[in-house]
Design a protein around this ligand. Sequence first.
Ligand SMILES: Cc1ncc(COP(=O)(O)O)c(C=O)c1O
Length: 380
Amino acid sequence: MADGGAAARFRAEFPALADTVHLASCSQGALSGRLTYALQEIAFSLRDKGAPWEDWVAEVERARAGFARFIGAEPGEIAVLSCASEAAYQVASSMDWARRAAIVTTDLEFPSIAQVWRAQGGRGASVRVARDNGTTVTAEGYAEQIDEDVNLVSVPMALYGNGARPPVREVVELAHERGARVFVDAYQGTGVLPVDVHELGCDYLASGSLKYLLGLPGIAFLYVRAGTEHQRDPELTGWFGRRDPFSFDPRLVDFPAEARRFETGTHPIPSAYAANAGLELLAPLDMATVFEHVSTLAAELSEQLAGDGEMIASPTDAAGRGPQVAIVDQDPDALARWLARRRIVTAPRGRLLRLSLHYYSDRSDVAAVVDAIRRYRKES
Ligand SMILES: Cc1ncc(COP(=O)(O)O)c(C=O)c1O
């Protein structure tokens, strides 16, 4: 963690951390001063100009370009949508299942994405599940399922349950060798893991702003590799999915070549302001340095909790571990409530309590949560 104090300077951008231990970035990132300001800015734009559409459109374009830069893409390769499920749906609806019927997913995928794939059954798609070992899913698990009937392979960059990092690049290579395309759900990765879509080689990648990207709910981004052949036009559409959204021709349903073809109606403007606040904070950072910082803390947290007898549900090896450490608990909601009363914010899910790290996290956060969980166990 020898980064010359850069992480401490980053932490100072989050005044809320003065009295709160924020270990819930896998759910919602911590509140930065810049995000607070962005929310005031949208109120100011309304007070100042009444109906500031030009400012709003500019803010959406800034978010599109900012996210594109962040993942090594071009702005034309990004659709601005409202949630990752919508991104998955738009991709699915543009696939021709009569050509190749199968989608490969994993049971460790975020359920909403898997549900979108399964709902394509009505349009003729069949779903195959890559074998997992309960903690993560391997390239072999995917390889067993991918053949010439597979049209789409869906692989998460980091698992929502325990942060484990499936081998995305290997899965992309495998899928492409066998003529399938790949959708990467990077929601649990962007903002804390280095992401370069050209290095990954994926066809689609979705993420949203509220978690490690340090914005708010309501906005998501879909990367669509330039040159991707669209087997069908998407089913959801609207004026922002037109070549010229301002042509106002009710008889014209044309689709631009760029990723905007997947957009629908009015963009989530307030969330775009929030997304820009987060992207601006993250843009100057080197994501490899960020992930190194996070990995060091995650390793320490995992070792200390395991030393206290906690059951760790995340991978314990550095190669598989992501930005969070999840522990198994009988009642994670009760534990999270107990911690929240002590201003330690965590993210319970199912039988797991998720503790996620960001570049603003430090050793005092690790010490605080380890100590608090120890006390909770003694008291209960
Ligand atoms: C991996 C992953 N994908 C997607 C989502 C959210 O999907 P949506 O934006 O459709 O709510 C989450 C969490 O909320 C997630 O952890």
